[in-house]
Write a protein that binds this ligand. Structure first.
Ligand SMILES: Cc1cc2nc3c(=O)[nH]c(=O)nc-3n(C[C@H](O)[C@H](O)[C@H](O)COP(=O)(O)O)c2cc1C
Length: 363
């Protein structure tokens, strides 16, 4: 059996599969369930100080289905956790008591205020969590007050805030990136300059899931109105793969926790081949349950056996050298055509020689 564990930022993940921040990590009970089932790590649902108001609405989810009726895309307008910070501090301790060796990651978000970020970091650090993920990417609700994706789209602020957190903890810190930006490498570099030890990418993509054609209202509809939300699940995977590859190529050696549309082990392996050293799953777990970890682990072991990889690190980023520019593809194609033409000519020429030789010999 190959070793599917991986060390990231000095922490030993028993496997690279991590529950992404969201409903599957909404309290100690769900996080313990995830660890019992075999997940290597969990990023808890994002929490904040009590002063940050969190009021969720219902309905807050929308689904996009293919012609067979299967869900392929998922939209949410859910905010960060509406549970109190004290509840979270108790929950973090409970989880670490039950599963001291599993990797518990606290996801935090606050307003642009040094004391707020450092107070939140300090209180959570004391509970024994293993690391932090900074939510610079929630696309709805809080960006209206400068939080979440609003910070992630502002590299100087992102760097400064990361630096505040890094000054308040000795633990590793990932910055979670928004896909709603022209070049994802720019904020990722800012996060690393601020002291982050890696990035998580991507959060959900701003979206409108559809319009109710009977009521003529956008969905999900709350009191007759809606607001753009975050898109996730299978449909976002190609976009997430592209962004993860941009990060890995743009910042060699960066630790990336890759996220977006993972359902099967093949999806996760694709992210690793493009540079993800861990892979997170959120909507997949909401729709298929924590048990999906078994297929993820089995599929990864089989893949490693098939290709004779002894460790996960051996193939993280393996496919990156085969991504190039379109210009280079044209050059390669032209070079191949020129070679083919040349060898065609050579073949004809040698054919002629042998015919001539044959004629000479037979005379
Ligand atoms: C209902 C829902 C709630 C989410 N809440 C959070 C959150 O609180 N903090 C966060 O960083 N990401 C949150 N996310 C984003 C996910 O962690 C993940 O980045 C995104 O959904 C893409 O991955 P997926 O396709 O595996 O779901 C949420 C996603 C969903 C679907």
């Amino acid at each position: 059996m190959p070793n599917i564990g991986i060390n990231v930022n000095g922490l030993n993940f028993e496997n690279p599969f991590v529950i992404g921040s969201g409903p599957p990590s909404t309290n100690a009970k769900t996080i313990i369930k995830a660890f019992d089932e075999g997940w290597g790590g969990v990023v808890a649902k994002t929490c904040s100080l009590p002063s940050t108001e969190v009021i969720n609405v219902v309905p807050r989810y929308g689904k996009l289905r293919n012609q067979k009726g299967d869900i392929v895309g998922f939209e949410n307008i859910e905010l960060i956790s509406d549970r109190t910070l004290n509840q979270w501090l108790d929950d973090f301790k409970k989880v670490k008591d039950k599963h001291p060796k599993k990797i518990l990651i606290a996801s935090i978000m606050e307003r642009y205020n040094k004391d707020a970020w450092q107070e939140l970091t300090g209180l959570i650090d004391a509970t024994g969590v293993d690391m932090f993920e900074l939510n610079f990417s929630c696309p709805h609700g809080h960006p209206e007050t400068g939080m979440g994706a609003a910070m992630g789209q502002n590299p100087p602020i992102l760097k400064e805030v990361t630096n505040w957190v890094v000054a308040a903890t000795k633990k590793p810190v990932w910055a979670k990136m928004t896909p709603d930006i022209a070049n994802i490498v720019t904020p990722a570099k800012a996060a690393l300059e601020g002291g982050a030890t890696g990035v998580a990418a991507i959060n959900t993509i701003p979206s409108i899931i559809g319009i109710d054609l009977d009521k003529l209202r956008p969905m999900p509809t709350v009191e007759g109105y809606s607001t753009p939300g975050g898109y996730s699940y299978i449909a976002v995977k190609p976009i997430a793969l592209r962004m993860v590859s941009q990060l890995a190529k743009g910042i060699p050696g960066i630790e990336i926790s890759a996220i977006g549309g993972v359902v099967k082990s093949d999806d996760a392996i694709e992210f690793m081949l493009l540079g993800g050293s861990t892979v997170q799953v959120c909507t997949g777990v909401m729709l298929h349950g924590y048990e999906m970890i078994h297929e993820l682990k089995d599929g990864l072991s089989k893949f490693m056996e098939k290709h004779s990889f002894k460790s996960v690190r051996e193939f993280v980023g393996y496919s990156l050298p085969f991504l190039t520019t379109h210009h280079d593809l044209v050059e390669k194609r032209l070079a191949k055509q020129t070679n083919a033409l040349q060898s065609n000519r050579d073949n004809q020429w040698s054919g002629n020689i042998s015919a001539e030789t044959e004629a000479f010999v037979s005379n």
